[in-house]
Design a binder for this molecule. Structure first.
Ligand code: UT7
Length: 329
């Protein structure tokens, strides 16, 4: 009989490339200023890969750290779920490359696509798989090399993104710690506000399509901003309701790091204190699916959260998709 009532995070890890691109560097590439970027987004710098770096390499680094942190070996991992929209190739799943790199020979491996919300989508899936007794140990990774999809001539978007990966290992909980709730939402009617038109079957890569930069990311920033604040505040409230908790119970809220002004607007809507708010967008930019696991690992290792902490997770991304969750460490 399966008597697992919840899963918990056994370990976490993160990895970002060494190379840093500052706002001053961007001033040399597009018509922008450090002042504009900082004022409108809160971003000072972002980590970026050398062109051609596989996402699987970043993700494998973060995964090794998370598995070691969990006190496990790669062979103990039963399933690898990678959230990304910038995998190594269109197929096979980049999770399979991670599996090979870390030697997780006993794991099933697949990718999840929900853009910036991807990590929480993958987390809910992994949590369900563990609670049903299907798997014992799940490696959940959020990784992105968005600089591979950015149009470096579009100042509206190219200043916002960074590269990186974060990972957690989930296993059955035998104590109070665990994933207390998750909540996912989507609305495909807004799919044309943040998307990558090329590379899929509608616009396969042709010389014409590439010269029109269809393979790069498009975003209506102001509209995305507006929806992000509303959807994230609703998602956090719904996740709290499902866990029978209130905002005041949370020690920290880790929200998707896309823009400091979005984080502040969300904080206002939820009446979060400064101590409850986590910010690292200034150092990483928007790393999409990697944003929450990178921030989670950083907050843990910096001592902002520890055993017993109640943590809210909330995100928003292309689709539109959004998600919330509450975990006890
Ligand atoms: O991860 C998924 C979720 N993504 C997000 O949450 C992103 C959401 N959106 C945003 O973060 C913000 O909308 C942006 C940071 C993208 C833009 O900030 P904004 O305050 O909404 O600016 P805007 O797009 O309304 O542009 C204002 C002005 C425009 O000039 P005009 O038309 O007023 O003359 C832009 O052309 O700023 C101009 N602008 C820039 N100027 C200097 C846009 N980008 C730049 C730039 N440097 N990099």
């Amino acid at each position: 009989m399966n008597d697992i009532t919840r899963s918990k995070i056994l370990g976490s890890g993160r990895y970002v490339p060494e190379r840093i691109l500052t706002n001053a560097d961007l001033e040399k590439i597009v018509d922008t200023t450090d002042e504009w970027i900082l004022e409108r987004s809160g971003i000072r710098e972002r980590h970026i890969v050398e062109p051609g770096t596989p996402l699987s390499h970043l993700a494998a680094e973060a995964s090794r750290i998370a598995i070691q942190d969990a006190g496990l070996k790669s062979e103990d991992i039963d399933v690898i779920i990678l959230a990304t929209v910038t995998g190594d190739m269109k197929f096979p799943a980049t999770a399979c490359f991670i599996q090979r790199l870390i030697g997780a020979d006993n794991a099933a491996a697949f990718d999840v696509s929900a853009a910036c919300s991807g990590f929480l989508y993958a987390l809910q899936l992994a949590d369900s798989l563990i609670r049903t007794g299907t798997y014992r140990h799940a490696l959940v990774v959020g990784g992105e090399i968005l600089t591979s999809m950015v149009n470096w001539e579009d100042r509206n978007t190219c200043v916002l993104f960074g590269d990186g990966a974060g990972a957690v290992v989930l296993g059955p909980s035998t104590d109070e710690a665990g994933i207390l709730s998750t909540f996912l939402g989507s609305d495909g009617t807004y799919s044309d506000l943040l998307y990558n038109p090329g590379c899929g079957c509608i616009n396969p890569p042709t010389v014409e399509n590439v010269s029109e930069k269809l393979h790069t990311l498009r975003m209506e920033g102001r509209e995305v901003f507006r929806h992000a604040v509303v959807a994230m505040s609703r998602a956090m409230k719904e996740a709290l309701k499902r866990a029978d908790l209130a905002v005041k119970d949370l020690d920290l809220v880790i929200s998707h790091q896309a823009n400091l002004r979005i984080i502040e607007a969300l904080g206002k809507r939820l009446s979060l204190t400064e101590a409850q708010t986590y910010v690292n967008v200034d150092r990483y930019g928007n790393t999409s699916a990697a944003s929450i696991p990178i921030a989670f690992d950083e907050a843990r290792r910096d001592g902002r959260i520890g055993p017993g902490s109640l943590v809210g997770l909330v995100t928003f991304g292309a689709g539109f998709t959004w998600a919330g969750g509450v975990i006890r460490l």
